[in-house]
Design a protein. Sequence first.
Length: 188
Amino acid sequence: MSYRFIGYAIVSEDGMLADAKGTIPSSMIVKADQDFFMRGLDAAAALIHGRNSAEQPTGPHRRRLIATRHVATTASIEGQPNALHWNPQGIPVEAALAALGVTGSDVAIIGGTDIFGLFLPRYAVFHLTRAANVRLPGGRPVFPGVPEQTPEQLLAESGLEPGTPTVLDAARGVTLVTWSSVMHAPRD
C-alpha cells in the first residue's frame, strides 16, 4: 500500500490558520483558494483532519480519519459510515487508512496544527496559500514551531521544494505555492 500525503492550508502573513479563538476570519476566505481546495478533496481517496477541521464542508461521501486522543486506535463514528476516529499514537496511519478501506492513493491532510505537524516529514506535496495582508497575532499556527520559524522554513527543512507562486487574488495579496518532495515526486 502506497499513500501520497498532500497538505492543504491557507495561512495569514504570520503563518496562522485562524485567530486565537480558532475562528477563520473572512479576510482568509478566498473563492479561488476554496475552489482549488475542494478540487483537491474531490481527487483524494481520503481526508485526515482534527476535530475542529471536521467542520469543513467535506461531505458524507468522503472517507475521513478524524484524529483524536479519545480512542485507543480507531473507532467508528455513529451516523458517519465513511469516517473513523483515529489515535495517531495508537495505530500507524497506514493501518488506520486500511481499516477505513483505503489501500493506497492520495490522502489529503487538512489540519489543524498538530495534524499538519504530524505529517510534516511525510508530505509528497503541500499546497500553501498565503493571505499576505492578514495578520493574526496569537492565532493558531499551521505547524508547531510557527511563528518562531515560517511555514516555508519548516517545509524546506522537511525536504520540500517550492514551486512557482500562483496569484489567486491579486487585490487581496493571496498566492499559492505548491511545495513538492523530491523523494515523493508528483504523479503525472
